[in-house]
Design a protein around this ligand. Sequence first.
Ligand code: FES
Length: 85
Amino acid sequence: MPEHEFLLNDRPVRVRCDDDTPLVLVLRDQLGCTDVNYACLMGTCGTCTIEETGHGPVRSCQIAMREAQGRSFRTPGGSSVTLGD
Ligand code: FES
């Protein structure tokens, strides 16, 4: 399974998941970010909105992990994360 690295709340994280996995699911299921939620997973409701450093709000259900590589994100509460293995 491919490895993906990005910054989350100013900390480097590394996770293994499919390239097509939506960022929001990685944040919730692999990194335990309970301050990030989702509903539609279609980019319409805005529930999954997080901040991309230097770019403003983004809908994390619309960012595939292949696109998250090397980017920097901040969750609404700046939750602590567990480093992926
Ligand atoms: S979950 Fe609805 S826009 Fe992302």
